[in-house]
Structures are given as C-alpha cells and as structure tokens.
Design a protein around this ligand. Structure first.
Ligand code: GLN
Length: 212
C-alpha cells in the first residue's frame, strides 16, 4: 500500500489539507506526535500562526523529527505559517527548521491587504489556480538552489528546493487540488506539457540572495 501523506495537526488549517488529499484519493495521516512521522511519504505543515505552532512544538522534539523525516527522503511542504517554519531566516527573528534557503518576512503584505484572493499561474500544478492569502508572509530573498514555481504580482509565492516545497498562500481553501496532487506524486509536474515546463524554467530566475 502507498505510504500516507502526513498533515501536521497541532494547529491551523490541517483539516482542510487532509480533506484535499482525501479528495484525490491519497491516504492521509494527521500527525500529532513525533512518533507518527514514521513511514510518511511527506508532510504538510499547514497555515495558521507560526508563533503558536512553535509554542506547541516545544512539547516534543519536532524539529529533530521533521529534519529526520526530510533526510529519509520524504517531502516537506509548508503553506503560509508552514513556509515560515521551513525558511532559513524569519523576519522578525524566530526559530525555524531552516530547510529552505530563503529569507521570509511575516505579515508582509501590508495592513489594508492583510487577506486577499488572487489567480496564480502555476504550470507545474497543472495551470492557473485560485490562491487565498491570509496575513501572508513574503519571500524577501531566495538563495540560488530555490526554484520559483509560481508568482503573484511578480513575486515568488510558491517555491521548491529539492524535497522542500513552500507557498505563502492557502491552496487548501480553494477547489484546486494541484498542489496536493503535485506533492503526492513526489513533486512530478501535474499533467504538464513541454511548453509549460519551459515556462517554469524561464521564470525561475529573479529574486536571489543576498541581493537585498
Ligand atoms: N501570519 C501568520 C504567521 O506569521 C501566517 C498566516 C497564515 O498562516 N495564514 O505565522
């Protein structure tokens, strides 16, 4: 049987992620204890509040467990607060897993537009998708090994470095299942054509560190 995909279920929008995986027939495990990381194909760290998540993660060696899971060949994905947790450097400063070579700033879209929806073109996820940004962070710098998979207003909003995938929006709150399909398929582009893949390769340049 196919290894389940995990959803970190300590806080935030984990139930919607679990539903999204189930919708596409992928077995899911809601993970509440470090021991439950064993045997997963990957895990999603959901959106929510990264400070709250960090507090809840003090009870058990979550950072060690998640790094071990990554080392074992599993995919680690983070959406919104999850992307904050994965990034190497967080502004304002807070602890993070540092598995993604990126600098990320929390709540960085400004007060008037704290939350908004946008149509984001994500060729590797099978085409344009609706994206919900809720007090979303912004990538301030990406180091060269980080690939940009989608942009909004010219800025990277979905990125990947090897088996680490991070997006600053909430894909689970829309009907699009592209990201969940992409993760469950081991980061294989969803129904992509050659021209779509070429477009992604071209869009991978841009924001690089330490230019800012
Ligand atoms: N603003 C939250 C944080 O800093 C992230 C928001 C979200 O996950 N929707 O953690």
């Amino acid at each position: 049987m196919r290894a389940p995909f995990g959803v970190l279920a300590l806080q935030g929008d984990f139930a919607a992620h679990a539903t999204a995986f189930r919708d596409i027939g992928v077995p899911v495990r809601e993970v509440r204890r470090v021991a439950e990381l064993e045997g997963l194909a990957g895990i999603v760290i959901p959106g929510g509040e990264s400070t709250t998540l960090l507090n809840l993660m003090r009870d058990e060696p979550w950072f060690e467990g998640l790094r071990r899971l990554h080392d074992s060949g599993a995919i680690l994905a983070g959406t919104c607060a999850g992307a904050i947790l994965l990034s190497r450097e967080v502004r304002p400063r807070q602890p993070s897993l540092a598995l993604l070579d990126a600098i990320i700033e929390r709540n960085a879209w400004g007060r008037q537009v704290d939350s908004f929806e946008a149509r984001v073109d994500a060729p590797v996820l099978g085409g344009p998708m609706d994206a919900v940004f809720i007090r979303a962070p912004r990538f301030r710098a990406l180091f060269p090994d980080v690939e940009v998979l989608a942009r909004h207003a010219g800025e990277p909003v979905l990125v990947r470095q090897g088996r680490v995938v991070a997006c600053t929006f909430h894909p689970e709150l829309t009907r699009s299942r592209g990201l969940h399909r992409y993760l469950a398929d081991g980061c294989r582009p969803v129904g992509a054509t050659r021209s779509a893949l070429t477009r992604v390769a071209r869009s991978s340049s841009g924001l690089t560190a330490p230019s800012i």
